[in-house]
Design a protein around this ligand. Structure first.
Ligand code: PRP
Ligand code: ZN
Length: 190
């Protein structure tokens, strides 16, 4: 039997629940955190531990057969992969937030503003749909710091509990996508 290669996030929001799912499937394997690849000893499955952002590309290219990632990452990367199923965990939303002190009356207030995000593709599409012209400033992490250091007027980032926004003096003003973990498969497999 051929070995199925499953890509999961190495560490972060999705990894713990992804591994719990694999355990609940009865798949056993030996693993230590330094190892990026391991073979199950009771199932023809190999686990690859990767950066979540890289998983859509690996699955699209067939380096991994299937993968577990956030739907937000799947949409942002725009790779051709099959959606096998929604996993029901790691629910979050991609939202626009502005400083608590800013007045906000609607999305047209973002015209001519600068928005920091790690999700430029999804954000641009949403702004286009809403007829808003804003400048998108792409940063790969700690997005919520941007307004307080004068880098942007607003942010577009993932919100789960909302505590990161609160701690950084921001308020959520638009939800642009609701997301959860999904299983994706290489084209032709799903
Ligand atoms: C994510 C996201 C937000 C935060 C939201 O960051 O980018 O910053 O979680 O969660 P909360 O609403 O529960 O506070 P993550 O920890 O994945 O780090 P990163 O943004 O640097 O990837
Ligand atoms: Zn990430």
């Amino acid at each position: 039997m051929e070995t199925l290669k499953l890509a999961v996030q190495k560490s972060g929001r999705l990894s713990e629940k992804s591994l719990q799912f694999i355990k609940e499937c009865g798949i056993s394997y030996a693993w230590n955190k330094a190892k990026l690849k391991t073979q199950s000893y009771n199932f023809p499955l190999e686990l690859l531990f990767l950066r979540d952002d890289d998983i859509p590309k690996y699955v699209a290219d067939g380096v991994a057969d299937i993968g577990i990632i956030g739907e937000n990452v799947m949409l942002e990367k725009g790779k051709t992969v099959g959606l096998v199923e929604k996993m029901g965990f790691s629910r979050c939303r991609l939202s626009i937030a502005v400083p608590q002190t800013s007045e906000y009356n609607g999305i047209s207030d973002l015209n001519g503003k600068k928005i920091a995000t790690s999700y430029p593709v999804i954000l641009q599409k949403h702004l286009d749909e809403q007829g808003v012209t804003a400048e998108i400033h792409e940063i790969s992490g700690s997005v919520e710091i941007a307004p307080s250091i004068g880098l942007a007027d607003a942010v577009c980032d993932l919100v789960s509990t909302g505590s990161t926004l609160l701690s950084n003096g921001l308020k959520e003003v638009e939800v642009i996508l609701r997301s959860e973990a999904v299983m994706i498969a290489t084209p032709g497999l799903s």
